[in-house]
Design a protein around this ligand. Structure first.
Ligand code: SF4
Length: 270
């Protein structure tokens, strides 16, 4: 009865015009998608790719190619929420590493800073700012960010002080009369251009600089085997969760990872 109330409550609301209930517009937050499994959720890998159920996460030792940590999260949880679980798995085995190569989705976790403080160099292919609606528009990369003087300068030379983790607003009066305004902002007159500065902007800046060099791009390519490990696990486990709940599916992921690691060890020994 409790589950039935939960399922109805997330899709129906009292009809203000009378006559009972009506279907809610939009999707309830943390919407339950299964009667049998209360932890499964709808999620997204990208704008076009949806996931129903769970996301699997693995950490791979790039040298030995073995999987050293696993995590399972409901599909609506962002990737970075899995990183503390992977980190805890790794710490449990007293593994220390000199480099950590991340998929971008994990970079939002405070655990990235902790890993860096523990002595690992952080690598991750940086985001490329782009405007999907109009490629002619200025993006963040057209602005000069100076992290020494903590200033940001727009393509027309307007400079503003910057702060990490803040959105910087350019002077609206100057933007209103700017010859490049149409290429810079779609904000109404009276509102200037804004640029978001990430909390980890210095790290992102360093990664963007690396991306411009052949040796930097080569470094980012070192993460590719992790995708191969994930693909192999995917083939082994299939795309449907075999069990109910995070705990049992994590057990299943660890089982699959262990078999994969044994196969790698066997290949090396042959
Ligand atoms: S609209 Fe404002 S921020 Fe953009 S280029 Fe012009 S002055 Fe600079």
């Amino acid at each position: 009865m409790k589950i039935l109330r939960e399922l109805l409550g997330q899709d129906l609301e009292p009809d203000p015009n009378g006559g009972g209930f009506r279907i809610i517009k939009g999707v309830a937050a943390d919407r339950r998608i299964s009667v049998a499994d209360g932890e499964m959720r709808h999620g997204r890998k990208s704008k076009s790719k949806t996931i129903k159920g769970y996301k699997r996460h693995v950490a791979t030792d790039l040298e030995s190619q073995s999987i050293v940590a696993c995590a399972i999260t409901p599909a609506n949880q962002p990737e970075h929420e899995a990183l503390p679980m992977l980190k805890s798995d790794i710490a449990h085995q007293s593994i220390r590493f000199g480099e950590a190569h991340f998929d971008r989705g994990y970079m939002g976790s405070p655990a990235v800073d902790e890993i860096e403080k523990e002595g690992a160099a952080i690598f991750c292919k940086p985001w490329t700012p782009h405007n999907t609606k109009n490629k002619e528009m200025f993006t963040k990369k057209d602005f000069a960010i100076n992290l020494h003087s903590m200033e940001i300068t727009c393509p027309q030379g307007q400079t503003q002080p910057l702060a990490l983790g803040r959105t910087i607003y350019f002077n609206a009066e100057m933007c209103d009369v700017c010859a490049m305004r149409k290429r810079c902002t779609s904000a109404k007159l009276g509102a200037g251009r804004s640029v978001a500065i990430a909390e980890d902007e210095p790290r992102q800046e360093k990664l963007r600089r690396m991306m411009k060099t052949p040796s930097g791009r080569e470094k980012f390519r070192q993460r590719v085997p992790v995708e191969h490990r994930l693909a192999h696990i995917g083939q082994r486990q299939g795309n449907c969760a075999k069990y109910l709940g995070v705990r049992k599916n994590l057990y299943d992921l660890r089982r699959a990872a262990m078999i994969q690691n044994l196969e790698i060890a066997q290949r090396k020994a042959a």
